[in-house]
Design a protein around this ligand. Structure first.
Ligand SMILES: [Zn+2]
Length: 654
């Protein structure tokens, strides 16, 4: 198409360089590196979201170019003028609002060589907007007396949303330092922002106050923010300064909600390395929560709850390491931030409530992903996921599945090597960016030979292991065979050969029956086989939880009457289940119905889901299974000398 070609050549000539700018999901190397943003921003009427801005961008050129242009983003605001090193210049807009790369280019007006510095100054004004839609997130809001900016959008095509208030190269690949003077109309308004507050303020005028902030650590633009409100500041004692901005109305409840944040900071500093910034800051905002660098915009309703466990605060705080100190080079790698922050919520629970609560939270996260998230969002990989509805720029998959995947890395590696690998990752890429390959390389020391397979299966692969468990007979032992059967229904899902599986079983020892609680791994075909006297549980025990689904348990054992050490799960003690697999109900048939018995349905983690009594003389006892989803369970019959375990499978067409 000739016309298009001519237009392209014309555009390339106009912009001086033909390099494309980065998109949210494709980092494109540029010939410049932004060093610093220095902004003077006035909010003449916070409630009206108006802004008058003067932003200087210091750019270092990284290679020679004849008369280059510099691209910057600014959305919904009117550019008044641009200057290069103090001289007026020209600016042109490329793309339309609906484009993910809509941006403006300033003519530099001279040839540059590597190492040259230029200062581009942009004056603009207008009414700040946000990503729009039914529930906007990214961009600027005025709600409940607070004017504030959220750095990313869930639904917009451009993701990084700082361009709704700051002229900047709005892509996480180019981190820069930031300083700002915020001018607000009177003494009521307080401005919270990133970095250190410079208390040496220029004098305001009769009707304005100036707040100065300076973030001296390189920051991804999506992590810059401000919040303007009649805030009250709360400070908590700690080695690192902790400041919390709340409306006076919320300060007592907020102080309670935030009371354990210094403890969280200490925990994560001990786990991931020293806290990377000058302060820990939180400001209450109606929408939230968002991990802006050293000034977290925190969801007001959570701050108002007074709930001190505050998993959300732990999540956002952990982002200061995963996301802020080390940022994704583009948003294909958002899992490097959300999976680790969500995992860190469980680390916080472990700190205050113990390892069993950590395991329980990972288990609940895994179940929620398999039973709910994967059904509502679809099944996809952690890296480079789809963004169209029902997914989004930040799908639940990278939080829930991601957290369990991180927990499995820890289980394979062991605590010490895992912690060292994470600290190495943060240290190697601090104040810079990373991609999946960087995490993979950092994990090699911890995961060893399993590293490549682990990332192929769990990070770029899709799905999860679906297990069939068979209990067969091998002499006087039970022979357990655990197959992965996911490819029967999902041929594109891998066989997971790097799956850590916590199995609990009994075996005859010298001094009687021993109970073993171990992590097992499958062979290259996905199979686990071992002998025992009784299999007690799969993906349960005291070691780890994994992203697996037990589909069916079957038994091909013979009946061993009188052998008290051998449990025959399906045929023992005169009980039978029919039909099995069941749909909405199952009948427990028993040969001896002289007394009443208690029947429980338990899941493969051992949690009781249903209890009922079968009365005396009731030899066919009807048990409702309507509330159970497809999968494998056990029915436990209590009442005799020893409990009897009967495998139950629920299978419904979906
Ligand atoms: Zn997060």
């Amino acid at each position: 198409m000739i016309t298009n070609r001519i237009v392209l050549i014309f555009l390339a000539a106009c912009i001086g360089v033909s390099a494309q700018i980065s998109t949210p999901t494709l980092f494109q190397p540029q010939i410049f590196d932004v060093q610093h943003y220095d902004a003077t921003i006035a909010f003449p009427d916070p409630a009206a979201r108006t802004i008058i801005a003067d932003v200087s961008i210091v750019v270092r050129w990284t290679s020679a170019a004849p008369v280059p242009t510099f691209p910057f983003h600014l959305r919904g605001l009117l550019i008044d003028s641009v200057f290069v090193n103090g001289a007026p210049s020209t600016v042109a807009t490329f793309g339309v609002d609906a484009s993910d790369t809509m941006h403006h280019r300033v003519t530099i007006g001279r040839n540059v060589v590597a190492g040259n510095l230029d200062t581009i100054r942009v004056f603009y004004h207008g009414t700040m907007t946000n990503e729009g839609g039914t529930r906007p997130w990214g961009g600027v809001h005025f709600q409940d007396s607070v004017l504030y900016a959220m750095g990313v959008g869930f639904k917009n095509v451009y993701v990084s949303s700082t361009q709704h208030w700051l002229a900047c190269y709005d892509h996480p690949s180019d981190k820069a330092t930031f300083s700002a003077q915020f001018v607000v109309p009177n003494t009521i308004w307080v401005v919270a922002s990133v970095g250190k507050e410079i208390t040496n303020r220029p004098p305001g005028t009769l009707d304005s106050t100036i707040y100065r902030w300076s973030e001296d650590h390189p920051t991804a633009t999506y992590l810059l923010t401000f919040a303007v409100a009649p805030y009250k500041k709360i400070e908590l004692p700690s080695d690192v300064p902790h400041v919390f901005y709340t409306l006076a109305r919320d300060s007592a409840k907020s102080a309670k909600s935030y009371s354990r944040v210094p403890h969280m900071t200490t925990l994560f500093a001990n786990t991931y390395g020293a806290y990377p910034f000058d302060k820990v800051g939180f400001c209450n905002t109606v929408e939230g929560s968002m991990e802006h660098q050293s000034m977290i915009s925190f969801k007001l309703s959570i701050a108002q709850s007074g709930e001190t466990q505050n998993r959300t605060a732990a999540h956002e705080l952990a982002h200061q390491w995963f996301g802020d100190c080390v940022s994704p080079v583009d948003y294909r790698y958002a899992w490097l931030t959300e999976s680790f922050a969500t995992y860190s919520e469980s680390v916080w629970l472990e700190e205050i409530l113990g390892f069993s609560v950590y395991l329980k939270s990972i288990s609940e996260t895994a179940t929620a992903y398999i039973k709910q998230v994967s059904k509502s969002e679809g099944v996809f990989a952690l890296e480079d996921f789809p963004r169209q509805a029902p997914s989004s720029n930040y799908p639940q998959t990278i939080y829930g599945k991601g957290a369990v995947v991180v927990a499995m890395m820890r289980a394979i590696a062991g605590d010490e090597p895992f912690t060292q690998a994470l600290q190495g990752y943060i240290q190697s890429h601090r104040y810079a960016t990373a991609a999946t390959i960087d995490m993979k390389n950092a994990m090699r020391s911890a995961l060893g030979a399993k590293t490549d397979r682990f990332f192929d299966e769990w990070v770029t692969g899709i799905g999860w292991p679906q297990l069939n468990i068979n209990i067969g007979q091998d002499g006087s032992d039970a022979k357990i065979t655990i197959h992965q059967v996911q490819q029967n229904l999902h041929p594109t899902w891998p066989i997971f050969t790097s799956l850590p599986l916590n199995v609990v079983y009994t075996r005859n020892g010298f001094a009687g029956i021993d109970t073993l609680d171990v992590v097992m791994y499958c062979d290259s075909t996905g199979l686990i086989e071992f002998n025992c006297t009784e299999l007690l549980s799969v993906n349960a025990g005291a070691r780890c939880r994994s992203l697996v689904e037990t589909m069916r348990t079957t038994s091909t054992m013979d009946f061993f009457e009188g052998n008290t050490t051998l449990v025959n799960p399906s045929l023992r003690a005169g009980f039978a289940l029919a039909p099995n697999p069941a749909n909405d109900s199952i009948t427990l048939v028993r040969s001896d119905a002289r007394s009443s018995i208690i029947v429980r349905i338990v899941d493969m983690q051992g949690s009781t889901l249903h209890t009922q009594t079968c009365g005396a003389n009731e030899s066919n006892c009807l048990i409702s299974t309507r509330s159970l989803s497809n999968g494998a369970y056990n029915i436990i019959v209590d009442g005799g000398k020893t409990p009897v375990r009967l495998p139950l499978n629920i299978t419904r067409g979906e």
